[in-house]
Design a protein around this ligand. Structure first.
Ligand code: CA
Length: 221
């Protein structure tokens, strides 16, 4: 429940949202026009969409109505213009789950996103809301990590990295895979950020769970 589609044509706003989502441990993808955005939204690759209304190609209302017409129930948070009550009503009637009026603080948007993802997980009864391996337990709803029942304070990025490991126990994960899952493609493959963060996780989760597989990457268990 971390893959978020951002359909927004203003590069400055798109970058602001993208950066903020990454910092919170989500994996965002940006589409800069309605047609591309709709295609991405239909791919089934995303857990939630943040949708601007004024878009080239196809506006946000149309993206939303096509999405709902094709049976998608993916949560959609609409970005409306401040003081445009009409947009808000139209958006919600058109099947948006929530809205945030521009200009917004990132925390406002994040609160809406978290609420909608949470509602979604509860509605679908997604059993992957809790991941466990040995003594390590991650609650994806509360974003809380525990080791042997003790709460461990993980940063958003550490949590995201731990989540990738716990979703693929016993599997060798290369640095490139971990980079793309957790950091997106903003880091160059030569970066040692993965090694640094694996080090942090070992300190916090105990040195046992994550094994180095020489020349390949890392493995949980
Ligand atoms: Ca726009």
């Amino acid at each position: 429940m971390r893959r978020i589609l951002v359909i927004e044509d203003e590069p400055r706003i798109a970058a602001f949202i993208e950066k903020g989502l990454r910092a919170e441990g989500y994996t965002p993808t940006v589409a800069a026009d309605g047609i591309t955005g709709f295609d991405y939204a239909m791919s089934g690759e995303f857990d939630l969409t943040i949708l601007d209304i004024g878009l080239p190609g196809m506006d946000g209302f149309e993206v939303l109505s096509r999405l709902r017409d094709s049976g998608s129930s993916m949560p959609v948070v609409v970005l409306t213009a401040r003081d445009s009550g009409t947009d808000t009503v139209r958006g919600l009637e058109g099947g948006a789950d929530d809205y945030v009026a521009k200009p917004f603080r990132f925390a406002e948007l994040m609160a809406r996103v978290k609420l909608r993802l949470r509602t979604r997980i509860e509605a679908t009864g997604d059993s992957t809301a809790v991941l466990e391996h040995g003594r390590v337990r991650l609650d994806l709803l509360t974003r809380r990590a525990t080791v042997g029942g003790e709460i461990v304070d993980l940063s958003a990025r550490e949590f995201a990295l731990a989540e990738v490991f716990l979703r693929h126990p016993g599997q060798v994960l290369t640095r490139e895979q971990l980079l793309s899952h957790v950091w997106g493609y903003e880091y160059d493959p030569g970066s040692n950020v993965v090694d640094v963060y694996v080090g942090y996780l070992r300190k916090k989760l105990g040195s046992d769970p994550i094994t180095t597989v020489r020349g390949m990457g890392y493995r949980l268990g």
